[in-house]
Design a protein around this ligand. Structure first.
Ligand SMILES: C[S@@+](CC[C@H](N)C(=O)[O-])C[C@H]1O[C@@H](n2cnc3c(N)ncnc32)[C@H](O)[C@@H]1O
Length: 263
């Protein structure tokens, strides 16, 4: 008897995604900063991370190490009393499409910084892309000075992205245990948004591949024109979604922001 599973696609060996949203732009000029701000009106993940980090980063002092920095989308939140260092893996370009002149690219699992030399480790939307998350957290612990702080964000209700380099979704208890095992203390985990935010985000995600098609074919262009009709709906969802970010956060959410101290 044929298995029901045979009717479905086996995803175990998939190596490409059908559609990928535009990469973050490095906000290095006024124009790019404006474009990033426009993106955050519609990208509820980025908006929720920005919202959390804008309460944390402007006040920090010392060296901020942004690991897996990609396009460095949150760099501008760092105040003038801090120095910024962005590092990323050498696979950032082939696997993710990110390559910046002022990023240090490293090979293997060891970061190019001395023990205890960093005041804050920032790690946004990266831990889900690391096959061995404990290794990254050990490096964060090694790099931080005693009393130094880790600020980490991970997605929860997000599609499988940067396929196949997207390995995990973490829960608050999973993050707590991973961070404690790496030697961190005073671990806090906060939800970004609630079920309402997730509903808005997922409904917007239905329209996005049509509004921003990856191919330029005639069919894609026609569907894009049709998808323009959904724009008022997308605007409304973006507004409602952003409003839900003001709550306490729920058991369902877009993702988590965690903070932890190196004792
Ligand atoms: C989704 S992007 C996030 C980029 C950026 N932090 C942001 O918030 O937009 C994931 C990043 O993780 C990086 N990455 C993947 N594996 C890594 C590893 N083992 N160590 C450090 N960074 C890694 C990728 O190169 C990529 O820049």
């Amino acid at each position: 008897m044929p298995s029901r599973l045979d009717e479905r696609r086996n995803l175990a060996n998939v190596t490409e995604e059908a559609w990928r949203p535009p990469l973050h732009i490095t906000p290095d000029t006024r124009l790019h900063r404006s474009l990033s701000a426009v993106r955050r009106c519609f990208d509820l993940q980025a908006a929720s991370i920005w919202r959390d980090l804008s309460g944390e980063l402007p006040g920090v002092s010392g060296l901020v190490l942004d690991v897996g920095c990609g396009a460095q989308p949150y760099r501008q939140l760092i105040g003038s009393s801090s120095d910024y260092l962005g590092i990323d893996t050498v696979n950032a370009r082939p696997d993710f499409g990110y390559e910046l002149p002022d990023t240090i690219y490293f090979e293997g699992g060891t970061w190019p910084v001395a023990d205890g030399s960093v005041d804050v480790v920032l790690c946004t939307e990266t831990l889900e892309h690391v096959l061995e998350p404990a290794t990254l957290l050990d490096e964060a612990h090694r790099s931080l000075r005693p009393g130094g702080r880790l600020i980490l964000t991970v997605p929860f209700a997000a599609r499988w992205h940067f396929i196949p380099h997207d390995y995990w979704r973490y829960t608050p208890s999973g993050l707590y245990n991973l961070l404690r095992a790496a030697g961190f203390r005073e671990v806090c985990v906060y939800a970004r948004g609630n079920a309402g935010t997730v509903a808005c985000y997922k409904l917007m995600a239905l329209a996005l591949p049509f509004l921003l098609p990856s191919s330029g074919g005639v069919r894609a262009r026609l569907l894009q024109l049709l998808a323009l009709l959904t724009l008022p709906f997308v605007f409304a969802l973006a507004l409602i979604g952003r409003a839900t970010l003001h709550g306490k956060g729920g058991d369902d959410c877009l993702g988590y922001t965690a903070t932890a101290l190196r004792p």
